[in-house]
Design a protein around this ligand. Structure first.
Ligand SMILES: [Zn+2]
Length: 434
């Protein structure tokens, strides 16, 4: 009701309970009937009754699966909170609990379980609740990120974009708005006599008069995407028009992921997957990568994941940040702990260092022998290819991946057994205790 009138409301309740319900063979349940007040509150707390029994006043209520909240400017804030909680619970019940009794589950299987048990909570009601409230959406997104990081075994500080590009999972912001747009396609096919069809026409009318509503939320959400997408009138008039918007949203997602990877120094191994000017679809950039499926030994696979996500012990990563013992070391001074002749980056440690322990050099030779049999262009001792290019190609080669995984595991293990080299002038002196 636009203007609060307690008496009028009570009259309608009494008519509903005493007249309309009996005529339609229904009965109102008092405990299940609740009162919620949206908008400005009236001066006194309203007191409504059914058959003399008072109706409870609530600020949040679950109705046909959706939580509504009257005390938050975004009425679906409680829904997001509840669904994120259920998603995290499902994550622990389905993945963590199963793993504790079965041992390591391969990432591909864990991702399947994630999509079957966790994702449904994350997308629940996304056709209705458009993510126009950033803090509420963040709660859901955090649950998705927690799940993906748990599956890959990377830290809470790992780079965000690779969590999607390496697993085939679409970023939640994009997944939810694409599902909402597909629902709009369904609604456009409904005749105006259907309630949902009539509601859509009302919502479009509200958008035309620049008033808030479902369509206005969709338009706003499209503009809030990391790479904004604009919505024209012609887009929402036909199924084809909305289909074209879905395509533009997917292109926005591709552009965002590419920008994130190209601008982050911790994602060097993920660059160069596409040729300049190549037409890339969302499913080209977001897919399960071979190193998650083709390395059977869990410890080797985990080592490769740490390498790809730049979560390893090599100086290039470790000296990027300061800690209580040292300052940030510039990139060209992050020298190899064994030879001190080159920057200790991924290609140096895995392919080129000549001063690392002999067992590592033997393993490297074993991989090199295999490489020369499979693809001579990847022989890093003679090719002109950049070291990062060699590693990127090794990560794509299903034949070489098991041996490569073994080398990565052993290199990271041995390097970790020796102290990282910190150049003079970058130590933080010990604090003298008094
Ligand atoms: Zn070295």
């Amino acid at each position: 009701m636009e203007e609060w009138d307690e008496n009028a409301m009570q009259e309608k309740m009494t008519y509903m309970d005493g007249d309309w319900c009996p005529k339609n063979f229904l009965e109102m349940s008092v405990p299940k009937t609740k009162l919620m007040l949206f908008g400005p509150l009236p001066r006194s707390v309203p007191h409504l009754t059914i058959r003399g029994q008072p109706i409870g006043l609530v600020d949040s209520f679950k109705y046909v699966g959706m939580y509504f909240q009257s005390t938050h400017r975004y009425i679906f804030a409680e829904h997001c909170k509840q669904k994120a909680k259920e998603a995290i619970k499902a994550l622990f019940m389905s993945i963590v609990t199963v793993e504790s009794s079965t041992g390591d589950l391969p990432p591909k299987e864990m991702l399947r379980v994630f999509m079957a048990r966790v994702d449904p909570h994350l997308i629940h009601g996304c056709e209705v609740a458009i993510d126009v409230d950033a803090p509420s959406f963040k709660v859901l997104e955090n649950a998705q990120l927690l799940g993906l990081r748990r599956i890959l075994g990377v830290s809470a500080h790992s780079v965000k974009a690779p969590l999607y590009t390496e697993t085939g999972i679409i970023p939640l912001a994009y997944r939810r708005i694409i599902l909402a747009l597909r629902y709009l396609i369904y609604l456009l096919g409904l005749p105006p006599v259907r309630l949902a069809g009539a509601a859509l026409r009302d919502s479009i009318a509200l958008l035309r008069s620049e008033k808030p509503g479902w369509m206005s939320d969709i338009k706003l959400r499209l503009q809030q995407l990391p790479v904004p997408v604009s919505l024209q009138w012609s887009d929402i008039e036909t199924v084809e028009g909305v289909g074209a918007v879905v395509k533009r949203v997917e292109e926005s997602c591709v552009e965002w992921l590419r920008n994130e990877i190209d601008s982050n120094d911790r994602a060097l191994l993920l660059r160069g997957r596409f040729r300049a000017g190549q037409d890339i679809t969302l499913h080209d950039i977001v897919k399960v990568r071979p190193y998650l499926t083709d390395i059977a030994i869990p410890s080797h696979r985990r080592a490769v994941i740490r390498l790809v996500f730049s979560e390893h012990c090599l100086a290039i990563e470790q000296l990027r940040r300061k800690d209580r013992r040292r300052l940030v070391v510039p990139r060209d001074l992050r020298l190899c702990r064994f030879c001190r002749a080159a920057v200790e980056d991924e290609p140096h440690a895995l392919l080129y260092c000549t001063a690392c322990p002999q067992p590592l050099r033997d393993r490297r030779q074993a991989l090199l022998r295999l490489v020369t049999n499979v693809d001579r262009k990847l022989d890093w001792t003679s090719t002109d290819l950049d070291g990062y290019d060699i590693l990127r190609r090794l990560l794509r080669s299903r034949v070489l991946l098991p041996k490569f995984g073994e080398l990565v595991y052993n290199v990271l293990k041995v390097f970790n057994e020796f102290e990282v080299y910190i150049p003079d002038g970058y130590y933080v002196p010990d604090t003298v205790m008094t």
